[in-house]
Design a protein around this ligand. Structure first.
Ligand SMILES: NC(=O)c1ccc[n+]([C@@H]2O[C@H](COP(=O)([O-])OP(=O)(O)OC[C@H]3O[C@@H](n4cnc5c(N)ncnc54)[C@H](O)[C@@H]3O)[C@@H](O)[C@H]2O)c1
Ligand SMILES: O=c1ccn([C@@H]2O[C@H](COP(=O)(O)OP(=O)(O)O[C@H]3O[C@H](CO)[C@@H](O)[C@H](O)[C@H]3O)[C@@H](O)[C@H]2O)c(=O)[nH]1
Length: 332
């Protein structure tokens, strides 16, 4: 049994990671300011500390009070469009706060650091699937802020011995198959929850952002990876850190178009997805698909929930059971 710090553990991916760590018998301390997360999303078995990562002294106190085997850093701002409007805020939140956490970890003697990075570090890729050798050339401040932290971590290894894994998630999707957690963002911008909420009648019809892409059906293609598979990857990379820092692309390795996602929602729900076709969303690349060959080869990680229907089914079940997301339980 080990003890881990999870920043952003009240958020979507973070809450699923905390469940996975607790299920494996580990001890978890969550640090989250609840800016986009939910207190009710933190599983009961975890210790919760409400703090902002800009509070460096609080972080030092936390690392002094507990000895952690590793830190998983998920807390961040992650809306691409918002980052275009507020580039400096994104750099402060995603770079400066990540540096704060890394400094506090080093000072506290915790020398393993797993960063939630993103496919957005690649910008518009020249080809898919995207390997780790592909050029990193972000086209928005969000991707830049994550890439800068990846680069800072490389220097922190040589200077401070901080071993890091930068996990470039592609599109996190789905929910805990046991129904203990799900996705609840406000506003919700992600395709699968939006399609499901529209189908349940809890949101307006889905807007299909672009039908004129150079893809098989004209809609944009993404690599949807189950959030529990993402969570499992965090544990799988830890032994690899004994040999040094790593950067891994993390996806299912299969691309699905917006129309294919809608078809999956229709298969799972037995209902039509109310939708309207519209123009492209600014900044959206036509296709992002991961090559996850490297993490598979080096850690043995494999997606266990790879089918799009299974991903959509777990998300559907959670949204159907929680029409107001975590709000209903917060009010209860
Ligand atoms: N969801 C995706 O598809 C996706 C894809 C690629 C990368 N990522 C990355 O994964 C991570 C988690 O994403 P998510 O979708 O779960 O987001 P989320 O918004 O659901 O979770 C982020 C959590 O961090 C907390 N937080 C934010 N700023 C903080 C601060 N300064 N101090 C303390 N806590 C703070 C929020 O309250 C929230 O609980 C992010 O780093 C994101 O960039 C997500
Ligand atoms: O209402 C909607 C929402 C999305 N889309 C399309 O669906 C696809 C997926 O969009 P979305 O779910 O918003 O995810 P992305 O914009 O691909 O971004 C996610 O995945 C990236 C990695 O691939 C991460 O960097 C981001 O943080 C994460 O939000 C895109 O083609 C969108 O244009 C629609 O057509 N209608």
């Amino acid at each position: 049994m080990a003890r881990y710090l999870v920043s952003g553990g009240a958020g979507y991916v973070g809450s699923h990671l905390v469940l996975t760590l607790l299920d494996a018998g580990h001890e978890v301390v969550v640090v989250d300011d609840l800016s986009t997360g939910h207190r009710n999303a933190v599983p009961p078995g975890a210790t919760f500390i409400q703090a902002n990562l800009s509070e460096r002294r609080r972080l030092d106190d936390i690392f002094a009070a507990w000895k952690f085997d590793a830190v998983f850093h998920l807390a961040a701002l992650s809306l691409v469009g918002e980052s275009m409007q507020q580039p400096l805020r994104y750099c402060r939140e995603n770079l400066a706060n990540s540096v704060n956490l890394a400094e506090a970890a080093v000072k506290g003697g915790c020398l393993k650091y797993v960063l939630s990075s993103t496919a957005a570090v690649f910008g518009v890729p020249k080809s898919v699937p995207i390997t780790e050798e592909a050029e990193t050339s972000p086209v928005n401040p969000y991707g830049l802020s994550k890439l800068m932290m990846e680069q800072a971590l490389a220097w922190a290894e040589s200077a401070h011995g901080l071993r890091s894994a930068s996990l470039r998630y592609f599109n996190a999707a789905g929910a805990d198959p046991l129904g203990r957690a799900g996705e609840d963002h406000d506003p919700e911008t992600h395709l699968i929850p939006r399609a499901i909420m529209a189908t349940l009648g809890h949101a307006p019809p889905l807007h299909v952002f672009g039908t004129d892409y150079d893809t098989p059906d004209g809609t944009a293609v993404r690599d949807y990876v189950h959030v529990m598979d993402l969570a499992a990857a965090h544990i799988a990379v830890l032994p690899r850190l004994e040999q040094g820092s790593v950067r891994y692309n993390l996806g299912n390795g299969a691309g699905h178009s917006v129309r294919e996602v809608m078809a999956a929602v229709e298969r799972v729900s037995g209902r039509k997805v109310p939708h309207e076709n519209g123009p492209r969303r600014a900044g959206d690349p036509p296709a992002l698909v991961a090559s996850s060959a490297l993490i598979r080869a080096e850690t043995g990680w494999r997606p266990q929930h790879a089918s799009l229907d299974e991903i959509v089914r777990t998300a559907w079940n959670w949204h159907a059971a929680h029409p107001q997301g975590y709000g209903a339980r917060e009010a209860a």
